[in-house]
Design a protein around this ligand. Structure first.
Ligand code: FPP
Length: 257
């Protein structure tokens, strides 16, 4: 039975990626759980969507900070597979915010060298949003300065389940030998197949959990759980966390030399 790997010539896993030459201590890939928008708004006596809008401004600031601090890949958790349980008003408001963000930011993202990708299951999203996502991916596909990945209707377990389904289909169709499946096989079916694994995962708002975000990919990530609510998270605080990262010893399970 033939083994057909990788799925695309574009596929790169963390191990294949070169180190960050210009910023040797910087994490190449930072993933962020942007939490605390609702509380930030409530503390100001405003509706939760007010907090999400303030959060979107921070997204803009943090994306723009990446080239200066040596972060090549930024992945942000914008809407989880569990977030559909929120009120209809909040869900509709968030979807509208995503459409607005894409429409308003597209030109600047293109000009600033940002390549945008989306991860998550798009099928449940409205067709207008899906179209905007496709168009932004296509518009920015030649950019290389910063790789921004936005997770919408994303859940780590859902991603692994979808990946497993496609892997099983390849086995059933004779394209993949089950005996050849190892821990390098599944990542090639994940939504993140072209991205390196995150080096650093940041969660704002004082909650110390990972909430189904990049479960497979973050096996060896460093974590920062910080109290700041996402709409207050600044480029300055981002930079401090990156400095902290530089002083961490990452052993990946090995004994220090
Ligand atoms: C979690 O905070 C945040 C979200 C579910 C939405 C994240 C979305 C943004 C930051 C908006 C902008 C994003 C893009 C890509 C334009 P929460 O509402 O659960 O906060 P809480 O725990 O205080 O209630």
């Amino acid at each position: 039975m033939a083994v057909i790997l990788p799925l695309s010539a574009d596929v790169k896993t963390g191990a294949d990626m070169p180190a960050n030459a210009e910023h040797p201590g910087a994490p190449r890939h930072v993933a962020i759980i942007m939490d605390g928008n609702g509380r930030w708004a409530t503390m100001r006596g405003r509706p939760r969507l007010f907090g999400h809008h303030a959060g979107a401004k921070r997204v803009r600031e943090i994306v723009r900070a990446c080239p200066d601090v040596g972060v090549k890949y930024l992945t942000i958790f914008a809407f989880s597979t569990e977030n559909w349980k929120r009120t209809q008003v909040e869900v509709a408001g968030l979807m509208s915010l995503f459409r607005r963000y894409i429409t308003r930011e597209a030109r600047d993202l293109l000009a600033e060298g940002v390549r945008v990708r989306f991860i998550g299951d798009r099928v449940r999203l409205d067709t207008k949003l899906q179209k905007l996502m496709d168009e932004l991916e296509s518009l920015t596909k030649a950019n290389e300065k910063v790789h921004l990945t936005i997770a919408i209707n994303y859940g780590g377990r859902d991603e692994v389940a979808r990946a497993t389904k496609r892997l099983a289909e390849d086995v059933a169709a004779g394209r993949l030998d089950p005996a050849a499946v190892n821990e390098e096989t599944l990542p090639r079916y994940l939504d993140t197949c072209v991205l390196p694994d995150p080096d650093l995962v940041i969660r704002t708002s004082g909650e110390a959990r990972i909430s189904n975000f990049l479960l497979w990919q973050s096996a060896y990530a460093e974590y920062e759980f910080i109290d700041t609510l996402w709409p207050d998270f600044s480029a300055g605080e981002f930079t401090k966390l990156l400095v902290n990262f530089g002083s961490r010893e990452r052993r990946f399970g090995a004994i220090p030399a």
